[in-house]
Design a binder for this molecule. Structure first.
Ligand code: GLU
Length: 493
């Protein structure tokens, strides 16, 4: 679908992301946010961020902070922002309007027994006839006497009414109204329920598309009734498939711990664009099945029609908390990033490990490690030898090439290198030429001669290309480390 051009502003979509601040921003919430963002941006619409913070018992300020922290890290902006707790007068007013139309009734069942629809969750409870059928006079009298009550929606009964909607993802949905319980609009403490607050706000904020998790699919029938009672047309609904763990269990903070938190990905060194790319592939696939996609490409390709119904699995284990695809995508995004931006992304991870390179060092080192890291958090280990005064101790056997090498040969290589280096200029080409000539003058193949030098200057075999590395380290450090390698080698014959 192409962006809908030439639509009048009132026809442009308005979507919302409505997190409840009861924990950190988790991967499922982040995906819902991203899909709303993509839908809004693809269609030149408006993205509303609405904090669903009316549940005072479960909300925490720490959670509000952590949700904003997660969203800011993603770097995707929204256009309007609301706090549901500041809109409670509107919710109450709407509840009263529904009551005044006879579409709701007071339920004086003592608090908690009637408030939370506990029994309906067990399948038995639809309504309490004593409350639903109470005369208006008695209801008014008890309310005037100060008896607390919840306000419940009077779901049509015995009319054979079918509630229907067409979900953009899950298609035609229907349910008999007779099977929907008389759900609460206001709790007995006067607070709006999620159902009421959400629909009253969605109507008032003129939300045109509700894109949210599949766990809300069954709530939608209640929401249709509320929109109808408010005299508002229902938005288009699009429910997103669940994110599940490898064993098929719904991802949850309680059960799966920090692997479901967005900040865990940030702290391990995912780039936000890679994380966004990964989350998009959980439940959505572009037409051409490409996997690596930039934000612009995602925005251009995103449609609700291409969202799948099947649960999307995130793979992780105790040892390996990140899905292999997420890590692969991160490595691809690291390689695709302009090097100056990669420098800026890597610097905080180096600083955390105690390395504070100068801008010049950072600029020199970043291109040398970008192919060697999959997560930004691997940068300190990949680059430490550039910044350490003294290399961490290593096994002298590492200096000896597996094929055709022994300690005597390594000694010759290192000694010869020490003699040659003082007169070589420390750039890639000169080092290349000089060290190849040195190897052949010793009658060795380049590969054989270079391993001891690489291990001597980096402290390990697995390191970036040798000449670039030596050029960055500089002559003094290379000479000192090669001399030190000869000392380390002494015990071996
Ligand atoms: N606050 C609700 C949640 O976090 C929002 C659900 C909805 O989008 O309607 O699940």
């Amino acid at each position: 679908m192409m962006p809908e051009e030439n639509l009048s502003p009132s026809k442009l979509p308005r979507v919302r992301f409505a997190p409840s601040p009861t924990g950190y921003l988790h991967v499922g919430g982040a995906r819902t946010f991203i899909f709303n963002w993509l839908y809004a941006r693809h269609n030149q619409g408006t993205l509303v961020l609405r904090l669903d913070d009316t549940d005072v018992e479960r909300n925490t300020e720490a959670s509000v902070q952590s949700i904003f922290e997660g969203l800011r890290w993603l770097g995707l902006s929204w256009d309007e922002e609301y706090k549901q707790s500041e809109r409670i007068p509107l919710h109450r007013q709407q509840a009263e309007a529904i009551f005044a139309r006879g579409l709701a009734y007071r339920d004086f069942t003592p608090a908690h027994a009637g408030d939370d629809n506990q029994s309906s969750a067990q399948g038995a409870w639809l309504f309490n006839p004593g409350m639903r059928e109470m005369s208006r006079e008695e209801s008014d009298r008890r309310a005037a006497a100060g008896e607390p009550f919840a306000l419940r929606y009077r779901v049509p009964r015995g009319e054979g009414r079918t509630l229907r909607f067409t979900d953009s993802v899950y298609g035609e949905q229907s349910k008999q109204a007779d099977e929907v319980e008389d759900f609460a609009l206001l709790r007995s403490d006067g607070m709006p329920t999620y159902h009421l607050a959400s629909c009253a706000d969605d109507a008032d904020l003129r939300i045109s598309h509700i894109i949210r998790g599949q766990d809300h699919l069954s709530n939608t029938f209640k929401h249709l009734l509320i929109f109808e009672a408010l005299g508002a047309s229902a938005p288009q609904f699009a429910h997103l498939p669940l994110l599940v763990a490898p064993d098929g269990a719904k991802l949850s903070k309680r059960k799966h711990g920090p692997v479901v938190s967005v900040t865990t990905y940030r702290d391990a060194g995912f780039l936000p664009q890679a994380f966004i790319n990964f989350l998009c592939l959980l439940g959505w696939s572009p037409k051409n099945d490409r996997e690596f996609l930039t934000l612009d490409e995602l925005t251009a390709a995103f449609t609700l029609e291409a969202v799948n119904r099947a649960n999307a699995v995130i793979n992780f284990t105790e040892e390996d908390p990140f899905d292999a695809k997420a890590v692969w995508l991160n490595a691809e995004h690291i390689r695709a990033l302009p090097v100056e931006r990669l420098e800026a992304s890597i610097a905080p991870f180096l600083a955390q490990a105690g390395f504070h390179p100068t801008p010049g060092q950072l600029q020199a080192v970043t291109p040398l490690i970008r192919e060697r890291i999959k997560l930004l958090g691997e940068a300190p280990a990949a680059a430490d030898f550039f910044f350490l005064d003294k290399l961490a101790p290593y096994d002298p056997a590492e200096l000896i090439p597996a094929k055709g090498g022994d300690a005597a040969m390594v000694r010759r290589v290192l000694q010869h290198t020490l003699e040659v280096l003082p007169s070589v200029s420390f750039d890639h080409d000169s080092l290349d030429q000089a060290l190849r000539a040195a190897a052949s003058s010793l009658g060795l193949k380049a590969g054989q001669a270079f391993q001891p030098i690489r291990v001597a200057v980096c402290g390990r075999k697995n390191a970036p290309p040798l000449f670039e590395t030596m050029a960055v380290l500089g002559r003094d450090i290379c000479l000192a480390r090669i001399a030190q390698a000869l000392v380390i080698l002494e015990p071996l014959n």
